[in-house]
Design a protein around this ligand. Structure first.
Ligand code: SF4
Length: 92
């Protein structure tokens, strides 16, 4: 249903005929770490995430898995080391 609270006009699974069904009855503003993410958007009431109602929870146990601005950094560039091959190399 289309949101009529803080993210007015956006389709949201938490919106019901009786209002917002999310914990607290409203979305929470983005976290400091969300800055730069393509999924954050400015509404008349402030900056909110377009895919998650409480952004601070997405950062509670590490990086947000939806974040667009950290995906490259989290992939890393280190190649996996095969312990068997590494031990053979050590014997040479
Ligand atoms: S996707 Fe994650 S990082 Fe991006 S705005 Fe939403 S909660 Fe923040």
């Amino acid at each position: 249903m289309v949101c009529s609270t803080v993210r007015e006009g956006m389709n949201c699974p938490f919106m019901t005929a009786n209002g917002c069904d999310y914990n607290g009855g409203v979305c929470h503003k983005i976290d400091e770490k969300c800055k730069g993410c393509n999924r954050s958007a400015e509404f008349s009431s402030g900056w909110y995430c377009t895919v998650y109602p409480d952004p601070s929870l997405k950062w509670k146990n590490g990086d947000c898995n939806f974040a667009s601005h950290i995906s490259v950094a989290s992939n890393g560039t280190k190649a996996k080391l095969n312990p068997l091959k590494a031990s053979k190399r050590g014997n040479r």
